[in-house]
Design a protein around this ligand. Structure first.
Ligand code: HEM
Length: 154
């Protein structure tokens, strides 16, 4: 059960962060204040999906990895505090601030600055979550570990 929930929860968490990032970039490029407002007001609602999914992925990951000491699982374990801190300390406060500003139709320099920080933090979390997915698939034997090929003695 835990084995099945883990990749689904991880995939949902990744998809949420990707959707927030993609929505922000797309509406910024469109330049439409209505579209920007719609996305900024929708993102905090998305936290009701993202936060439980992230907690489920982390929790099931740690439970599954209790008796494992391979390098890739170790790397996944070490990435998790950065993913969570980035989300709780940067992404959530930034999204709430931006939703509030968008509700007041205030897209001034402070909005732009916080949105830039949000995009950088979002990109960082996408990379870290992506690495956790890759290392998960390698550990589960679903994709080949290319570094093993390099280490093999001829
Ligand atoms: C939210 C971040 C994470 C994501 C997106 C994620 C994603 C994945 C994915 C896609 C798999 C492959 C499952 C399969 O193909 O059956 C996997 C496996 C696994 N992950 Fe994670 N994971 C995350 C966090 C963690 C954490 C924090 C740990 C604990 C250190 C962890 C430990 C494991 C273990 C032990 C496996 C099973 C490997 C096996 O079957 O041999 N994961 N993960």
């Amino acid at each position: 059960m835990i084995k099945a929930i883990h990749p689904i929860a991880g995939g949902i968490a990744f998809a949420c962060v990707a959707a927030f990032f993609g929505g922000t970039v797309a509406t910024k490029l469109s330049g439409s204040p209505e579209a920007i407002t719609a996305v900024k007001l929708a993102i905090p609602w998305g936290f009701f999906i993202l936060i439980p999914a992230m907690a489920a992925a982390g929790g099931t990951g740690f439970v599954q990895s209790r008796d494992r000491d391979d390098q890739r699982i170790g790397a996944k374990r070490r990435r998790m505090p950065f993913i969570v801190a980035n989300g709780c300390l940067v992404l959530i406060p930034a999204a709430l601030f931006l939703a509030n500003r968008a509700a007041h139709q205030d897209f001034g320099p402070m909005f732009q600055a916080v949105q830039t920080v949000e995009l950088i933090a979002g990109a960082l979390n996408l990379v870290l979550l992506g690495l956790n997915i890759r290392d998960g698939f390698i550990s589960a034997g679903r994709i080949k570990d290319k570094t093993l090929t390099l280490r093999r003695v001829p």
